[in-house]
Design a protein around this ligand. Sequence first.
Ligand code: 6PG
Length: 224
Amino acid sequence: MELFVHDSPADVAARTASLIAESIADKSGPFSLGLAGGSSPKPTYDRLREIDVAWQGVHAWLGDERWVPHDSDRSNGRMASDSLFSHVSASLVRPDYGDDPEAAASAYEQELGEIEAMAGRHDIVILGLGDDGHTASLFPGSAALAESDRRYVANRIPETGEIRLTATYPLLHEAARVIFIVTGRSKAEALEASLAGETPAGKVGQGRATVEWHVDRDAASLLS
Ligand code: 6PG
């Protein structure tokens, strides 16, 4: 696990965008890129639009997705598409939305398996951090935390009852590289606990993946 503290959210975005672009340039052949939702990664996606990247070989997908229609302004897939993927030649694979979240998660798990087989691995997975220590939609106290076999499941958030689709530890632990993007003072307590391995996000580091935390000074304000 490596921690990188940057002066500002803009510096986090600039550095993570260039890391991702460099990684894509360094690999010949298909590249698997898992995307975080929420607001933290959006500046990175915006910066990636300004960089000349060989997008045609990139297969992007969603580390998690809210159970909402594709055109909902709460959709992670819509945010990723609007900010970057509708502007570049990469493919963005999104889960189907319909009557059955479990069936959608299972179908998406199959699609991600095909991407992983084509690329040889999930090259990079971008993740965010909730102020309760969740990442993707692996929320504290939720059933998906205990999933040891399936790589993508429907998960109910205990606090709200909301259903989301999410990658599980079996997927995240097998990725080549995980890049966390964490900014803002509201994340400081969750970051401190995560780096100590005490949150769902912190447990991402228990697998084979190389895990990098790219944070700003506000998020790092409680770290000694
Ligand atoms: C989501 C995300 C979620 C997010 C954290 C942080 O669907 O919202 O996947 O895991 O990364 O909740 O969200 P912010 O970046 O908006 O603070």
